[in-house]
Design a protein around this ligand. Sequence first.
Ligand SMILES: NC(=O)c1ccc[n+]([C@@H]2O[C@H](COP(=O)([O-])OP(=O)(O)OC[C@H]3O[C@@H](n4cnc5c(N)ncnc54)[C@H](O)[C@@H]3O)[C@@H](O)[C@H]2O)c1
Length: 400
Amino acid sequence: MKTPLVELDGDEMTRVMWKMVKEKLILPFVDLRVEYYDLHLKHRDDTDDRVTVDAARAIMKHGVGVKCATITPNADRVGEYNLKKMWKSPNGTIRALLDGTVFRKPILVKNIRPFVSSWKKPIIIGRHAYGDVYSGTEVRVKGPGKAELVLTPAGGGQEERFPIHDFEGPGIVQGLHNTDGSIESFAEACFALAHEEKMDLWFSTKDTISKVYDGRFREIFDGVYDRWRERFRSRGIDYFFTLIDDAVARVVRSEGGILWALKNYDGDVMSDMIAAACGSLAMMTSVLVSPRGYFEYEAAHGTVQKHYYRHLKGEETSTNSVALIFAWTGGLRKRGELDGSEALAAFAGKLEEATLETVESGVLTGDLLAVAEPGPENRKVNTEGFIDAIAHRLGEKTGR
Ligand SMILES: NC(=O)c1ccc[n+]([C@@H]2O[C@H](COP(=O)([O-])OP(=O)(O)OC[C@H]3O[C@@H](n4cnc5c(N)ncnc54)[C@H](O)[C@@H]3O)[C@@H](O)[C@H]2O)c1
């Protein structure tokens, strides 16, 4: 490895698996160079969340990061970890700095059929990773009063005020934003990936209700499409805009083979729906592609809290590490491509093959056993046994 990979460690069961994956599937095969940042919740608290910002800056310096799942604290976690405050979502902080689009693609295996029987090809989600509710301002309104939006132009222009609501009693209010620049790079990234993958691009918002906010997303996508129209035509693919509710109904009846671009919150929800319908939240890749050429690979799922509590009690767990493994392979392959190291990119391919073949051979974690085609070869293994089985195959493939 010429350039270090930026490694962002995380929390709970995914932290336990992250260590096993690194020790059993990466270190014995790769002369690994990493710049390590510990995003364990306690360490984020100790550093006043400085470590999250430092990690994002390191990705901006070196270009490629791999991230374990992390806890986004709520009131329970503040008590559990005795935190100084309810820190923001690390993913939100990182995405706000890197900007960009999160692409999520199901990991398909022969012995697990999607619950939606019409899906023959993968559905990739392109989730805008900047702004909206993830960097919103929210206020509890304590009693009667007027809420307004106030725009103060830089350079001393006329202030503008827009009414939100006249409260007669307590309530809540929220302020959201996005920028034309970020939406444009989101659109550009989606058109480019759809073109590369030779897939139709769908985009959906609720611009009938949110005429200005969602309407602006649609206008920008239309503008970017004008630049891609000819290239799409020559590839035999289409761009299609429809309302989010219509898109949901159509996706469920489709054959798949679509790149579905979604606003930040819609993408968050829909990617879990697609992953769960394809078998498990752990059977999905996730990469943040920044318009400035940075890449962050992660698992799309959370820290698998319940399994972690069982693990802490010394009970056996059977947690699926596939998405974490694919975070590492995505990062190593990209590092290999950027640094011209074919061996590194080839290793990433072998590790992915070993992982898929292990699942297809019937060696399954609990979540997969519940959805796999029944077969005499199926057997449930524990968290470590699954990783050991992959390591064994990888050893055979690499001759180590
Ligand atoms: N990317 C991230 O860093 C990220 C994403 C979502 C949630 N979180 C955090 O994770 C914690 C737990 O959140 P949650 O319970 O909503 O989400 P989760 O993804 O951890 O779990 C949701 C459900 O899916 C199952 N599941 C998820 N991944 C699995 C795996 N690898 N193997 C087997 N089963 C799996 C769980 O058992 C659970 O039933 C929270 O503190 C949350 O803040 C982090």
